[in-house]
Design a binder for this molecule. Structure first.
Ligand SMILES: [Zn+2]
Ligand SMILES: [Zn+2]
Length: 273
């Protein structure tokens, strides 16, 4: 089971980190977790051309995790792929995808008008609940609930296959349920959205920087806590992702290492972990 970090960033645009997206693969079987900004170009960089773009598992509907879903859907179809595009996600995915298809419908019809015998893209949505959601024989995919209130439900995903287990946390504060589902996995890819690096402007919705940091920290995992999560899970390796533009990788690794004795890597785009 290979895991390639396609995007290790967070909502703020960052020239060196695309939005959240991770590619899992075992042989020809591929699984994409989230569709953050730039995911299409990153898939191509990772050697996966649009015709082959795989099923997508959405952790939650925050825009930084879904913003390029439309790009994946339409580019794959333009390339000639007529097999259904599978989108797996939390309750609400049907509605969100219907709105996305509505938005794309003008473009789809204009393109079809000068194609020959081309049906519109076929999209297959599966709304998930906690537990095993897919078993290809070689790979088992499970979803588990994480804590990202007020976003409910929000999921993490676990992939087991080829003698290796990998967990992708999605967005969460430190979460007991994630620790249970990550028990002794080979690789835990976990968010660390360091809110002390967030910018503040008047009119952003919080009266002060302090209040913004306090509020947003309550639903993400901070550097002081990330090592404890990995230690509690007993994972062999911790990979830190979902970085803010101002985060310093060496500082995050040092923070994690204070509580966790296993291997720590701070994610970089296109790194295999
Ligand atoms: Zn989120
Ligand atoms: Zn996010």
């Amino acid at each position: 089971m290979r895991a390639v970090l396609l995007g290790t960033g967070s909502p703020p645009p960052n020239p060196t980190r695309r939005g959240p997206a991770t590619l899992l693969s075992l042989g020809d079987a591929r699984f994409l977790v989230d569709a953050g900004s730039g995911v299409g170009a990153q898939l191509v960089q990772a050697g996966v051309r649009p015709w082959d773009w795989p099923r997508v598992f959405i952790t939650h509907h925050h825009s930084d995790h879904t913003i390029d879903l439309g790009h994946l859907l339409i580019s794959r179809w333009i390339a000639g792929q007529n097999a259904p595009f599978e989108i797996w996600g939390p309750a609400g995915t049907h509605t969100q995808v219907a709105k996305l298809l509505d938005y794309l419908s003008w473009d789809i019809e204009v393109r079809r008008s000068h194609m020959h015998d081309r049906r519109p893209p076929d999209v297959r949505v599966t709304e998930i609940e906690e537990g095993k959601i897919l078993d290809t024989g070689a790979v088992r995919v499970s979803a588990f609930l994480v804590e990202h209130d007020p976003v409910k439900p929000a999921f993490g995903f676990r992939f087991d296959g080829g003698g290796r287990s990998v967990v992708v946390s999605g967005d969460t504060r430190p979460c007991e349920n994630l620790v249970r589902w990550s028990h002794r996995v080979d690789c835990l890819i976990h968010e660390c959205c360091e809110m002390s690096k967030t910018p503040w402007y008047p009119g952003c919705g919080w009266p002060s920087l302090e209040e913004k940091v306090k509020d947003l920290s309550s639903y993400h995992t901070q550097p002081a806590d990330i090592g404890r999560v990995a230690r509690a899970a007993g994972t062999k390796k911790l990979v830190i992702t979902h970085l803010m533009p101002g985060s310093v990788p060496a500082e995050l690794a040092a923070a994690a290492g204070r509580d966790f004795a296993g291997a720590v890597a701070v994610g970089e785009d296109l790194a295999e972990v």
